[in-house]
Design a protein around this ligand. Structure first.
Ligand SMILES: Nc1ncnc2c1ncn2[C@@H]1O[C@H](COP(=O)(O)OP(=O)(O)OP(=O)(O)O)[C@@H](O)[C@H]1O
Ligand SMILES: [Mg+2]
Length: 206
């Protein structure tokens, strides 16, 4: 952990409000996230603490990108995660793109339904608590032409210190159910120009 990894703009994938994400220059299956603004550190630390909690509990990481630990880079301290790639080698893109585009929703309708159902089951099975679930923080990974998987890449964990939901399965389950329903509602609200989504959500809920 003493070596510094040199990142450059050719490694850049994308950014959110807090972090920039880069391809790991020495490992094509990993990415490195570096904070780039104030306020990012608190969120990142909370998330990393929760990742460590999940690793200790030995969860399966079906629903999440794996975490590999901290790293020092020329852009500052970063954290290494599993890079989510499609079967053709492309970096997977966020679910929000599939909801914002009617023809993509239509093309992948069945896979989206299955993916959402499986994601919810995986969260419940491993009792993974999230902050607000947003479609920009879920990647749609194509595993083959007909198979795919949804993976949460951001905003996991709990805001309260020593949260009861982390330890008591009943509270975890009800928190996951509430956060999940809010997420489904937000999909329809944020994409009011895409009428297919009302049907999609009702199929998912069925
Ligand atoms: N594991 C990953 N594999 C592939 N791409 C990723 C991965 N993690 C992040 N990305 C890309 O980098 C972008 C930014 O990452 P991330 O969402 O973690 O940043 P953030 O600043 O925490 O976001 P937010 O604004 O939601 O707080 C994502 O939208 C996604 O496109
Ligand atoms: Mg994000």
């Amino acid at each position: 952990m003493n070596t510094t990894i040199t990142l450059s703009e050719k490694d850049y994938i994308s950014k959110g409000l807090h972090r920039k994400c880069y391809h790991h220059p020495e490992d094509s299956n990993k990415c490195i996230k570096v904070n780039y603004n104030e306020g990012a550190e608190e969120e990142t630390n909370r998330e990393i603490a929760y990742y460590k909690h999940l690793i200790k509990r030995n969860v399966s990481f079906d629903a999440l990108a794996k975490y590999y630990g901290p790293v020092s880079t020329n852009y500052g301290n970063g954290h290494i995660f599993e890079l989510i790639r499609d079967y053709n080698g492309e970096t997977a893109i966020p679910l929000e793109k599939y909801f914002a585009n009617n023809s993509l929703t239509e093309k992948y309708f069945d896979q989206l339904v299955t993916g959402l159902k499986e994601l919810k089951s995986a969260l419940l099975k491993d009792r993974i608590i999230t902050m607000t679930i947003k479609s920009k923080n879920i990647l749609f990974q194509h595993l083959s032409e007909t198979k795919s998987r949804l993976i949460i890449i951001d905003n996991i964990g709990n805001s309260t210190f020593i949260p009861i939901a982390n330890y008591i399965p009943y509270f975890a389950k009800s928190k996951i159910e509430r956060t999940w329903q809010r997420f489904l509602n937000s999909i329809v609200k944020e994409n009011s120009n895409n009428p297919l989504l009302i049907r999609l959500i009702s199929v998912v809920n069925h």
